[in-house]
Ligand binder design. Structure first.
Ligand code: NAD
Ligand code: UDP
Ligand code: UDP
Length: 374
């Protein structure tokens, strides 16, 4: 196989995890960067439930204290407001490095900050891992494959990423504040094109992978790399522009679901608990990766809108919108490597997983409406 082996095989790695919990396992002290976000908060729940001590570092750019409020007061849990672009000193056994905006609307909002988070943030966490002998896991992304020329994508594929993006033309008219709430500025030229490009995220994550491998080869840091495919579930930001959160919120609000382009582009959607299980299996296992973590069930955006319609509101409708720049045409993980080496595969199909996020979305939309005095 093309995977690397971590080599060191220390039974208990790190310098901190000395407190026995149950039989055969020692309590770990674990850092989760980005732990106030969607995926991070579910990961923190799982780690706390199994008896680990968890420190969350988050600057609350897209994360929310609400996602962790149920853990406030738990002596095994600590939340630190911290931007990973700045160095920090901690003593820990494991670092799950998730800090980075994940939705295109958020990561294009300040592309330079996205790159700093991916490069300087990852560098700092690897420096920390090196200093204390901690194991480091990077949450990379299927976006490293860009607009893929191989389908489905295997970990050996090097990707097709546009590092430059499009240059706005002089005739471009800039229009502020239409379509979505706060964070997106749209360009009107030959149709609607996003003012940002994907490359800050794609190339940022590619560099983060390179950094992780260089710290592994050069400094012996134990690293793990996950390439995550589109994931959904409770606690996603309501208006983050991602397709599942958009369609679910639109159907609940009785608005048409906005399909970009012809809606024939595909994605593969993974329920968040499957992802969290995969991340923990990867961290605790002996293989570096990279590993694709995703659900191979592939859907066009029109098919997704049908599933949302069946799940939430049979009278829901769709509305077509111009597509964004550089939108990958298809995406589907080949997960045979994770199946074989991590003994992991997703368990929850889209039809089973979507209903599990609807209650949370309904409640938050209701709270929002009440907050506005509606
Ligand atoms: P999210 O936006 O909900 O969470 C990201 C968290 O990182 C937020 O809490 C945010 O406040 C925090 N953050 C951002 N910049 C920071 C900084 N400079 N310092 C400290 N904290 C910072 O996104 P998510 O969906 O939970 O994604 C988590 C990770 O998984 C990200 O690294 C993302 O790239 C990766 N990923 C997610 C998906 C997905 O579909 N959700 C797909 C591929 C990869
Ligand atoms: N770093 C950190 N916490 C630590 C150790 C390092 O934030 O406990 C940061 C450090 O400030 C530096 C980065 O991680 O910016 C890389 O550290 P490393 O020791 O690898 O490189 P150097 O400091 O020699 O550039
Ligand atoms: N998309 C859509 N309607 C929306 C939001 C997104 O049709 O309201 C499409 C988008 O063009 C893309 C797909 O859904 O083809 C997935 O977009 P998302 O932003 O969720 O994730 P990513 O592009 O990063 O996979």
């Amino acid at each position: 196989s093309a995977s690397f082996s971590s080599g060191t095989n220390r039974a208990v790695y790190g310098k901190v995890g000395r407190v026995p919990v149950g039989i055969g396992r020692r309590r770990m002290r674990v850092v989760v960067t980005g732990g106030a976000g969607f995926v991070g908060s579910h990961l923190v729940d799982k780690l706390i439930a199994r008896g680990d001590e968890v420190i969350v570092l988050d600057n609350f750019f897209t994360g929310r204290k609400d996602n962790l409020v149920h853990l406030f007061g738990n002596p095994m849990f600590e939340l630190i407001r911290h931007d990973v672009v700045e160095p920090i000193l901690l003593e820990v056994d494991q670092i799950y490095h998730l800090a980075c905006p994940a939705s295109p609307v958020h990561y294009k909002y300040n592309p330079v900050k996205t790159i700093k988070t991916n490069v300087m943030g990852t560098l700092n966490m690897l420096g920390l891992a090196k200093r204390v002998g901690a194991r480091f896991l990077l949450t990379s992304t299927s976006e490293v494959y860009g607009d893929p020329l191989q389908h489905p994508q295997k970990e050996t594929y090097w990707g097709n990423v546009n590092p430059i993006g499009k240059v706005a033309s002089a005739t471009t008219i800039i229009c502020f504040g239409c379509l979505f709430s706060y964070s997106c500025r749209l360009l009107l030229s030959f149709g609607l094109i996003w003012l940002g490009e994907r490359s800050c995220y794609d190339e940022g994550k590619r560099t983060a992978e390179t950094l992780a491998m260089d710290y592994h080869r050069g400094a012996g840091v134990e690293v793990r790399i996950a390439r995550i495919f589109n994931t959904y579930g409770p606690r996603m930001c309501l208006d983050d522009g991602r397709v599942v959160s958009n369609f679910v919120a639109q159907a609940i609000r009785k608005l048409p679901m906005t399909v970009y382009g012809d809606g024939k582009q595909t994605r593969s959607f993974q329920y968040v608990s499957d992802l969290v299980d995969g991340l923990v299996a990867l961290m605790d296992g002996e293989h570096i990766g990279p590993f694709n973590l995703g659900n191979p069930g592939e859907f066009t955006m029109l098919e997704l809108s049908e599933v949302v319609k069946e799940t939430i509101d049979p009278s829901a409708t769709v509305e077509f919108r111009p597509n964004t720049a550089d939108d990958p045409h298809m995406r589907k993980p080949d997960i045979s490597k994770a199946k074989e080496l991590l003994n992991w595969e997703p368990k929850i199909s889209l039809r089973e997983g979507l209903p599990l996020m609807v209650g949370d979305f309904r409640q938050r939309i209701l709270n929002e409406d009440e907050g506005k005095g509606a």
